[in-house]
Design a protein around this ligand. Structure first.
Ligand code: PMP
Length: 413
């Protein structure tokens, strides 16, 4: 692959684990820059999935037979592995869900419906993903609570003075995105958790774009709840994580009811299984959970500090190259202070057109509102194109993106 964006990462070696990157479209090799939506899956994780179905597939918790016991142990230990990866105390604090969105809804329904009422406030940010924004908005409507939004300034940073104004003793929940999937801003979530706690409020952190890209320690942040998805961090689709402080999960009622999450059931009433199973009703994402644990191993073998540095370097390089084009609007903080993605618009060309033309060059980027419609309204655009990077991307791929953008510009000139 020639010169790499980071001599710390052996990108050439890493790419061997991702045969999908060899695919060609119209004679051009795929340049996959849609990692903030879903990352690719390395061979060891694919092998884990195949191996599970070849050798271990059975339902968990219920069975006394050997296969079920093996599947149960692997599934339970996957919780331990994920707990370790994010610095949680243990498996009691790690609930496997379907995705970040379901983790968010679990807290909104299980905690929000019970705890919120008229006079209470939920404070979010203007850069929240719909997963948080729509969910708290709707829970607020159901409970009579009010939602407020911390301002995003012109550079794409949170206005922390405004945060200190908004968070008051009426605040019950501060729900903030760790890394913006549109702006690439890395938010000071530790400070926001402290601010919430100063007012006896809780703090929910949406870590969908942080856990895949940087070392995260939920206890260090002091988040009360924390959510992320397996499919953005080399894991499979169908599994997400809800971290919650044990005492909070203990106090909360379940969100979904049914099998597996109960302890004793009579015709009149039921009691709940211990954590985290109380929040995992029905047959859980067994294979996906086990594969997610493998993804954690894979990333940790590379080293999360290196993963972070590589993504930041590519984003900085892409940011600068896009700015050089002159007629490109790049959103969010400066190149040297952003996570591994860059959202932009090329002149007057609609982002959907940009993305379609880039596709002709086998360059895969996302176009749309990236589930941040209100933020796009604030930016004054309906949509943007987004290039997002991961461990297997190179500077040469950024160059291909820029070349394809130049060709796009020619087409629309
Ligand atoms: N939050 C953020 C910041 C995201 O980027 C995403 C995915 N685009 C989500 C939440 C939702 O993730 P999922 O679709 O896996 O639930």
């Amino acid at each position: 692959m020639g010169a790499q964006s980071s001599d710390l990462l052996d990108v050439e070696r890493i790419r061997e684990d991702f045969p999908i990157l060899e695919r060609e479209f119209g004679g051009e090799q795929l340049v996959y820059l849609d990692n903030a939506a879903t990352s690719q899956t390395p061979e060891p994780v694919v092998e884990t999935i195949a191996d599970y179905y070849r050798t271990t597939n059975a339902n968990v918790h219920r069975g006394l037979h050997q296969l079920s016991q093996e599947a149960s142990i692997a599934y339970e230990e996957a919780h331990d592995r994920v707990a370790e990866f994010i610095g949680a105390e243990g498996r009691e604090e790690v609930v496997f869900t379907k995705n970040t969105t379901e983790s968010m809804n679990t807290v909104a329904y299980a905690w929000g419906l019970a705890e919120l009422g008229p006079g209470d406030e939920v404070v979010m940010t203007e850069m929240e993903h719909h997963a948080a924004l729509v969910t708290w908005q709707q829970i607020a409507k159901k409970t009579g609570a009010e939602v407020k939004y911390i301002r995003v300034d012109d550079e794409g940073y949170l206005d922390m003075d405004h945060a200190r104004e908004l968070v008051t003793d009426d605040t019950e929940m501060v729900s903030v995105v760790h890394v913006s999937n549109t702006l690439g801003t890395v938010n000071p979530v530790g400070d926001l958790a402290d601010l919430a706690h100063d007012h006896d409020a809780l703090c929910f952190v949406d870590g969908a774009q942080s856990v895949p890209h940087m070392p995260v320690d939920v206890q260090d942040i002091d988040a009360d709840f924390f959510a992320f998805s397996g499919h953005k961090m080399c894991g499979p689709t169908g599994v997400g994580v809800l971290y919650g402080k044990e005492h909070l999960l203990e106090e909360m009622q379940p969100y979904l009811y049914g099998g597996m999450m109960i302890s004793k059931v009579t015709f009149e009433d039921s009691t709940w299984h211990e954590l985290p199973w109380k929040f995992e009703a029905g047959t859980p994402p067994i294979c996906q959970g086990i594969a997610l644990a493998e993804a954690c191993d894979y990333l940790e073998d590379i080293g999360m500090d290196r993963v972070r540095r590589h993504g930041e370097e590519l984003a900085a390089y892409a940011h600068d190259r896009l700015e050089e084009l002159g007629d490109v609007d790049v959103y969010g903080p400066p190149g040297d202070d952003r996570a591994a993605l860059v959202s932009f618009n090329l002149g007057d060309v609609h982002a959907h057109d940009t993305s379609e033309i880039l596709n002709e060059f086998a360059v895969a980027v996302r176009a749309g509102d990236h589930c941040t419609q209100p933020l796009h309204d604030k930016l004054g655009v309906a949509a943007s194109a987004r290039a997002s990077f991961y461990i297997y991307n190179t500077r040469e791929e950024v160059d291909k993106l820029v070349d394809a953008l130049e060709a796009t510009r020619e087409l629309f000139a």
